[in-house]
Structure formats: structure tokens, C-alpha cells
Design a protein around this ligand. Structure first.
Ligand code: PLP
Length: 372
């Protein structure tokens, strides 16, 4: 690793990642494959190291968020199947063939370009079609699915390997999610009646994997659960957090009663106390919304963040702990002795979701990979 002058870093426990992947795989069982979702730099954990570790663990299929990510994996020697989980502008269809990437088809003009490029190179290209059963984002609505799929089917040199859909509320609304599973099944049956079959049918994200066994079909798409965040209460999937965010104390001072801390003067000491300044801020992805509303761990003990989060500093009230000094480690996300702060805690405090906390951790923060 490059020399690190600013003491802010991320630890990624690839051992925990692999154990989580094994747990999810065992839970899915032998008949269900998995597309490990590693979009947005593997939810902030680092694209290539995560892909490499999962590949070593036997995961053979990856889901990414862009052609850029797929090409980055190829350029780093990843040979596994790579699936782009979103739709791409038609003019870039050719790149899927050039880099051996599996596209999502949601749009006929893209499908036509893809077919044309495949014919020109005299190859067959594998693709998955996405339909909309209630997400309201990408793909034909289920009632139009048959016509759309039939249209794509007629194009040359496309190998339609998969049919999939996505859930908006698999963590919170059983009625809506059950209805979606039902719709997906009906579309599959209707297609089968007309002899249109796919090798893979998939819809389950992490929450659906945990909450709905009948959503597994023969492929599932776990994302956040691989990183140790279980969006359900399913105890069979007691995954471990993979990422820790750490910094160090860069300054300590005693302030008197009545003195204020940070921009906006939103914190005023009601008694004399020690304040530690820590090198992390909103530019690193540590949300401004945590101002006066987060805990950090120093020497195994939790302390309160006070005042506004700055661009690259936070301040922590360490009370009368005059044994804390410059250079002491600060855990912002992670576990230390009996104290822990999870990405879910930060999300709750900042009124957001753990996905946003993890994926917005700046890519400039050095990542250290280890196996614990
Ligand atoms: C991100 C994503 C997933 C993974 O979702 P998690 O909730 O992280 O498991 C699955 N499928 C699609 C289409 C996605 O975009």
C-alpha cells in the first residue's frame, strides 16, 4: 500500500465475506445458482479484491452496475461470467461482445443493435431479459412481457439465457412481494406453454432470499447480505459485517463550559470536557446528517460525536478521558471489545439506509484486505 499520511482507512475482512457467501449458497441449496452482486465497487468494499475472493470461494457469476465495472474486472483477470444488472444505451451494445459480458435486455432497439453486432462477428451472445412485476423501473410490464420477449426471440444470434424481475419491498411488504412472485410465475408458465424457455429464472435480492424461499427459482442475486447486512430477521443467515472504517485522533483539547464546537455552533459544552478531533468528514462519505448524532469507539468505549460533521473532521466528546491522545485509533464502523457501530447504526442515525452508507464511502480511502 502507498504511504498513508492521513490516518483514515477501511479494513475489509475477506474471510467474513467468504463465510457469508458460503452461508448464502448453502441456504439457497444445490439447485439455485447465485449472481453475487458487486456493483458500485462491491458496495464500497472494492470491486476487484471482492470479486477475486468470491471467485476463490466458488462463486462463478457476478452482477455489476455498469460496463465500466465489467471491463475493470476483465482487465484484472477475472474470468467468471459477468452480468450487467442495468440497461445500457443501444450504441454500446457491441462492448458486451467485445468483453464477453452478459447484458440485460429491456429495450428492443438495444436488442437489435446487440443482435446485429453478434451477427457481424458471427458469434452468439448470452443475454437476460428483465421484466417489471412491480418495481416500476426497468423492463416491460408483465402484461406486455410476452409480446416483448417474442419480438426479441426473433432476432438472430441472441441466446436468451435468463428471465428476471426485481422486488421493491421484499424487506417490508409480504402481500406485494407475494403478488410479484405470482405474476412472475404466471409469465413463466405462459411462456412455457408457447415453448419459450430460459435457462435461468431469477428475482431474489438479499431480503427475498431470506424471506421467501419460493422466490429463489434456480438463480438468486444476493448483494448486501454478502457484506454482512441481513435485511431480514432470518436467523439461518447470521452473516458477519465485512467492512470496518477506522481513523485516528489527530488533536485533543480541553474546553470549558459554554464553549462551542464546529460550524454553526450547534454544540455548546454544559461542563468542561475533553474534545478529540478525528480525521474523517462528509467528503469521505461520513454523512453530515450524523452531526451531534453518532457514536465512535476509542479504546473499546463508545463516545458521542458533537457539533457538525466537517468536510474532513469530526469532533468527539471524550469527557474526562485525558488518557486519550493523538494517534489513538478510532473505530467509526466496526467492533472493538464489547462496543460496536454498524453501517446499519450509522444509517439509522443519519436517516438513510446501509446501502447508501457503504456505497458512498469515498474510493479515495485506502482499503486494506485481510483474512480474519
Ligand atoms: C442491487 C441489486 C440486487 C442486490 O440487492 P440487495 O438488496 O443488495 O441484495 C439484486 N438485483 C438487482 C437488479 C440489483 O440492482
Amino acid at each position: 500500500m502507498e504511504k498513508m499520511y492521513r490516518p483514515l482507512f477501511i479494513e475489509v475482512d475477506l474471510g467474513a465475506l467468504k463465510r457469508n457467501a458460503r452461508k448464502v449458497k448453502n441456504y439457497l441449496g444445490a439447485d439455485t445458482g447465485m449472481i453475487a452482486v458487486i456493483k458500485q465497487a462491491a458496495y464500497g468494499h472494492g470491486l476487484v479484491p471482492v470479486a477475486q475472493a468470491l471467485s476463490d470461494e466458488g462463486v462463478d457469476f457476478f452482477g455489476v452496475g455498469s460496463i465500466e465495472e465489467a471491463v475493470e474486472l476483465r482487465n484484472n483477470g477475472i474470468k467468471n461470467s459477468i452480468f450487467v444488472l442495468t440497461t445500457v444505451l443501444p450504441e454500446f451494445a457491441d462492448l458486451f461482445i467485445e468483453h464477453n459480458i452478459v447484458p440485460t435486455i429491456t429495450d428492443i432497439s438495444f436488442a437489435k443493435k446487440l443482435s446485429k453486432a453478434a451477427v457481424k462477428r458471427n458469434v452468439k451472445v448470452s443475454a437476460h431479459i428483465k421484466i417489471d412485476t412491480g418495481m416500476g423501473r426497468l423492463g416491460a410490464y408483465s402484461k406486455d412481457a410476452y409480446k416483448f420477449i417474442d419480438g426479441v426471440k426473433r432476432l438472430d444470434n441472441l441466446c436468451l439465457d435468463g428471465l428476471y424481475t426485481h422486488f421493491p419491498v421484499a424487506d417490508s411488504d409480504p402481500e406485494f412481494t407475494r403478488k410479484q412472485i405470482d405474476i412472475f410465475n404466471k409469465v413463466i408458465t405462459q411462456l412455457k406453454n408457447d415453448n419459450i424457455r430460459f435457462n435461468y429464472y431469477h428475482c431474489a435480492n438479499s431480503a427475498a432470499i431470506a424471506n421467501y424461499k419460493d422466490s429463489h427459482f434456480n438463480m438468486a442475486r444476493p448483494g448486501i447480505i454478502l457484506y454482512g447486512i441481513n435485511p431480514s430477521v432470518n436467523k439461518d443467515l447470521d452473516v458477519e459485517p465485512v467492512l470496518s472504517l477506522k481513523s485516528k485522533v489527530v488533536f485533543v483539547k480541553k474546553i470549558d463550559k459554554g464553549m462551542s464546537v464546529s460550524y454553526g455552533r450547534t454544540f455548546t459544552a454544559d461542563k468542561s470536557t475533553y474534545i478529540a478531533t478525528v480525521a474523517v468528514g462528509y467528503a469521505d462519505g461520513y454523512p453530515l446528517a450524523l452531526s451531534n448524532n453518532a457514536k465512535v469507539i476509542i479504546k473499546g468505549e463508545a463516545f458521542k460525536l458533537v457539533g457538525r460533521v466537517c468536510m474532513d473532521h469530526i469532533m468527539v466528546d471524550i469527557g474526562d478521558r485525558n488518557d486519550i491522545s493523538i494517534g489513538d485509533e478510532v473505530t467509526l464502523i466496526g467492533k472493538e471489545a464489547d462496543s460496536s457501530v454498524s453501517a446499519v447504526d450509522l444509517a439509522d442515525w443519519a436517516k438513510t439506509i446501509p446501502y447508501e452508507i457503504l456505497s458512498r464511502l469515498s474510493l479515495k480511502i485506502p482499503r486494506m484486505y485481510m483474512i480474519k
